[in-house]
Write a protein that binds this ligand. Structure first.
Ligand code: NAD
Length: 285
């Protein structure tokens, strides 16, 4: 059984990004810049944004953090987004989710200029991906794809079962794996909370990607011997420790390869955000 080490891979990819950022500065005098917007005081969001800021610094990317009070209105947030859309020094805009209840999340995400939408949540970017000509790939499923590719795990012709159909992970994961070429060409089955005979389907998977938000949900009896198991889940347990959606202790003995949590998909998500910010800066004329 092989452990798929996301932390180590993230360090490798980030050093490649830092090199390209330096080249962009030298050749075109452009410093990629990511603007992050944090509304309110959600503790998990504070940690995520702080980690993104650290990653920017490490890679030579300029980070701008905009902190807005919890009572911010949709109109006020739209004004800030318009200002950042127009600012030529800003290449990527990230709105940290979840937003407070009074804010219309869809309206906000739709307002981000697609060329600066480094999370790839805008309908234009989702549409481009579904047509197989992506501008940006959404960070978490992009990280999963890179984890597979760079560990030499073939996706072509393989049966990949994705558990979860969210707009952030499950759905785009399937679209990425369906693309033609390296890290694609898979036969994809997406299963979710309404799926019948879930374990019967997961047991057919050569590669299983689990993104449901339920601690230790996937157990050994749901896995084909030798399958690759990628755990996207981040769940906080009563003792404060983080665990994934996969019951690691039970599944590790049957899987051919498996990601740990933490140290699997998480570090790659942030890394792909850095890569998308670099891409956004490179795409500016
Ligand atoms: P979500 O709640 O939006 O979606 C969960 C999906 O799981 C839904 O489509 C639902 O149909 C499915 N589901 C729920 N219960 C199920 C069940 N019993 N059987 C089968 N399917 C079931 O969650 P999300 O945003 O996709 O996130 C999923 C997990 O991944 C969470 O733990 C989240 O914290 C984590 N996450 C991690 C990263 C990262 O960087 N590693 C990024 C995003 C999300």
């Amino acid at each position: 059984m092989k452990i798929l080490d996301g932390k180590a891979l993230a360090a490798v990819v980030q050093s490649e990004i830092a090199e390209k950022v330096a080249q962009l500065k030298n050749k075109r005098n452009i410093t990629p810049c990511l603007a992050a917007i944090l509304v309110g005081n959600d503790p998990a969001s504070q940690i995520y944004v702080a980690n993104k800021e650290k990653a920017c610094q490490k890679n030579g990317i300029a980070g701008k953090l905009f902190r807005l009070p919890a009572e911010t209105t949709t109109v006020e947030l739209l004004q800030l987004i318009e200002q950042l859309n127009a600012d030529t020094a800003v290449h990527g805009i990230l709105v940290q989710l979840p937003l407070p209840k009074q804010i219309n999340e869809k309206e906000i995400l739709d307002a981000v200029r697609p060329e600066k939408d480094v999370d790839a949540f805008h309908p234009e970017n989702v549409g481009l991906l579904s047509q197989g000509r992506p501008r940006f790939l959404p960070c978490t499923p992009y990280g999963v794809q890179q984890l597979l590719v760079r560990n030499g795990i073939e996706t072509r012709g393989k049966h990949v079962v994705v558990i979860g159909r969210s707009d952030i992970v499950g759905k785009p994961m399937g679209l990425i794996l369906l693309q033609k070429g390296v890290g694609g060409d898979a036969t994809v089955t997406t299963v979710h909370s309404r799926t019948e005979n879930l374990a019967g389907l997961t047991r057919q998977a050569d590669i299983l990607i689990v993104a449901i938000g339920k601690a230790k949900f996937l157990t050994a009896d749901m896995v084909k011997p030798g399958a690759v198991v990628v755990d996207v889940g981040i769940n906080r347990q009563p003792d404060g420790k983080i665990c994934g959606d996969v019951n690691f202790d039970s599944v590790k003995d049957i899987a051919g390869a498996i990601t740990p949590v933490p140290g699997g998909v998480g570090p790659l998500t942030i890394t792909m955000l850095m890569l998308n910010t670099l891409t956004a800066a490179e795409l500016t004329a």
